[in-house]
Design a protein around this ligand. Structure first.
Ligand SMILES: C[S@@+](CC[C@H](N)C(=O)[O-])C[C@H]1O[C@@H](n2cnc3c(N)ncnc32)[C@H](O)[C@@H]1O
Length: 299
């Protein structure tokens, strides 16, 4: 499709992501013009900029219009699987317009093993170097379980990016959105972790937390899949859970230990800052050209 053809069709769709298809050809996204387009993804972009994406296999869960998937594919990933419980023509249109070979599994939920079954049935891999789970966990009745399902798709030593609305505060806690003073005013947001809690959730999923990125009322963490016996900052109680508990749910700690011995480990690299970082969405910029420079204007 030529830029003019793409531009002529943008109004046929209802966009979630602002995608810069070509100079001056940008889908409008979901935000008003005073809000930086796609700002919730900024910590994800920050992490991705520090990962060598060439040749990796990635799964982007909750892709919506597919912006993260398209960036990862255009940076040289060998396989990108994009999946969502919704089914969006905006994704299909963008994939065609960008001419990017990204696999799409719509109408597929991460929970309950639906995604895993569909991957198996279609012959796609069930283990990836990079799992992106952005904007999903607070929409779930059980964020930890959703993360465990996602972690199951990660190779040993792979990277796990989790982005969420976060509750304010320095403690390690998860809040009920319907019981707090400043709730997210939407009907499908249930549990809000603090930024620190994203690290704790990663540890429960047998990952060591590398970086926590605060982005106003949003936050993200990147962790590396490790053996349960090698989780960084593993508390005594988590050690006890790993040794004697956790007998329900999709993850088996003993399987994760043996997989680390028996299966090929990921070689994916991450060279970003370690620890806690702050993102200022007003001044943030990225080298990824699919992200529009704000504000969104079509010429
Ligand atoms: C807030 S949007 C985030 C879109 C994109 N990942 C981003 O960060 O810009 C959340 C998306 O996740 C999908 N989603 C929510 N829960 C899901 C689940 N359990 N399994 C699969 N997709 C889910 C929704 O349908 C929606 O498209």
């Amino acid at each position: 499709m030529t830029p003019d053809e793409i531009k002529s069709k943008l109004d046929d769709y209802k966009w979630y992501h602002a995608i810069q298809f070509a100079e001056g050809v940008v889908s409008p996204g979901r935000f008003a013009s005073h809000i930086p387009p796609n700002y919730t993804l900024f910590p994800v972009f920050k992490f991705l900029e520090h990962i060598d994406l060439t040749g990796i296999d990635c799964i982007d869960i909750g892709t919506t219009d597919g912006l993260a998937s398209f960036i990862i594919k255009s940076e040289g990933a060998s396989l990108v699987v994009a999946t969502d419980r919704g089914d969006r023509d905006e994704f299909r249109f963008s994939r065609e317009a960008l001419n990017l070979d990204v696999e799409y599994f719509p109408a597929t939920t991460l929970d309950g093993g639906d995604l895993l079954r569909k991957l198996q049935a279609s012959g796609q891999p069930t283990k990836y170097d990079l799992v992106v789970l952005s904007g999903v966990i607070y929409h779930s009745y059980d964020p930890l379980l959703v993360m465990m399902h996602a972690r199951k798709l990660l190779k040993h030593n792979g990277l796990f990016i989790v982005e969420s609305v976060i509750a304010s505060g320095e403690e390690d806690a998860m809040f009920m959105n319907w019981e707090i003073d400043n709730p997210v005013r939407e009907p499908n947001s249930y549990f809000l972790p603090t930024l620190k809690a994203l690290g704790g959730l990663l540890r429960f999923c047998s990952c060591s937390c590398l970086t926590l990125a605060r982005n106003g009322s949003r936050g993200a963490a990147i962790g590396r899949a490790c053996r349960p016996s090698e989780i960084d900052q593993c508390s005594d109680i988590l050690k006890l859970i790993i040794e004697k508990g956790a007998c329900y749910g999709p993850l088996s700690y003993s399987t994760l230990e043996s997989e680390a011995d028996e299966e090929e480990s990921s070689k994916i690299s991450y060279s970003g800052p370690i620890g806690e970082i702050e993102i200022d969405a007003k001044t943030f910029s990225t080298r990824f050209s699919l992200q529009p420079t704000s504000p969104v204007t079509n010429t």
